[in-house]
Write a protein that binds this ligand. Structure first.
Ligand code: NDP
Length: 277
């Protein structure tokens, strides 16, 4: 596994496992737990979940997958904006910890900006951090102006990451968000790196993938991983997908690949509002 610097003195794995839509149907649970465990076996230790996913069901699936393996897991969860008051954030975190069967999160994110004052959420997150319930905190779906405001808010200086939609078809963050974060040494977590599967039928992506003898999904993940300061968290619920995604770490893109992909998926030439799913 490769790592990015996270906050002062810690590190973030560049590749993780997403869990959106896990924990929604009982009949899928066994396969989901097995997929996450296989990911851990392959060294993909970061697991990204949220209280929102499956209404807590995804956190329960993760809890089962990491039982007995907590120390080898980098565990990320998120608080819903409508819970993100001072007391609500702390209560939401306690509920997540219970569902996950652990006493601490490695990283806790505000899922997106909502109605509660940012200062209150950040104060709650910082309290959780000093109480040892979470090791780090960050934000998600924050555009550059939201990040600027965060940096000016008390406790905002402890925000270690922004998790945003970023893949070949969503390159807007390259214009200003990624450079802003890079300048400050803040890694960005790219969600939906294969655009929830919608990218996979693209002809140019398939051609480049074929040159490397890999699948389009692997190539799409490798492209995200090629970007400095960016980590990718594809979600996979089958053995085959988990194995493929872990192997995407081995794919090195050539200047010719990058240029073909730039022509097919042009980088932004002006600021674009951050998109979210
Ligand atoms: P992804 O881009 O990761 O796509 C997931 C889909 O792609 C699933 O249908 C999966 O199928 C399929 N897939 C995975 N690997 C392969 C492969 N090797 N070949 C072919 N198909 C594959 O989308 P997500 O939206 O799930 O994003 C990833 C994670 O990011 C989420 O699960 C969540 O943890 C996080 N996220 C965060 C958001 C936020 O607001 N902070 C918003 C959205 C996502 P299968 O499951 O059958 O293996």
């Amino acid at each position: 596994m490769r790592y990015l610097r996270l906050g002062p003195g810690d590190r973030l794995p560049v590749l993780g496992q997403g869990t959106w839509h896990m924990g929604e149907r009982g009949r899928d649970r066994k396969a989901e737990v097995e997929a996450l465990r296989l990911g851990l076996d392959l060294g993909v230790s970061l697991i990204d979940t949220a209280e929102m996913y499956g209404d807590g069901g995804a956190e329960e699936v993760v809890g089962e997958a990491i039982a007995g393996r907590r120390d080898e897991t980098f565990l990320v969860s998120k608080v819903l904006p409508h819970n993100a008051s001072l007391r609500g954030t702390i209560a939401a975190c306690e509920r997540s910890l219970r569902r996950l069967g652990t006493d601490r999160l490695d990283l806790y994110l505000l899922h997106w900006r909502g109605g509660h004052p940012l200062a209150e959420t950040l104060e709650a997150l910082d309290r959780l951090r000093t109480d040892g319930k979470i090791r780090h905190f960050g934000v998600s779906n924050f555009d550059r102006d939201d990040l600027r405001e965060t940096w000016r808010t008390p406790c905002g200086e402890h925000v270690v990451t922004d998790q945003v939609l970023y893949n070949l078809t969503r390159r807007g963050p390259e214009f200003d968000l990624l450079p802003w974060c890079r300048e400050r040494g803040v890694p960005v977590m790219a969600y939906s790196p294969i655009e929830q599967g919608r990218l996979l039928r693209d002809r140019v992506l398939a051609e480049v993938a074929q040159r490397h003898g890999v699948t389009p999904a692997q190539l799409a993940i490798a492209w995200v991983l090629h970007q400095p300061g960016v980590c990718a968290i594809p979600k996979a619920a089958t053995r085959e997908h988990v194995e493929q995604n872990a192997a995407a770490l081995e794919v090195t893109l050539t200047p010719e690949d990058l240029s073909a992909l730039d022509t097919r998926f042009p980088p932004p030439s002006r600021p674009e509002p951050l998109e979210m799913l």
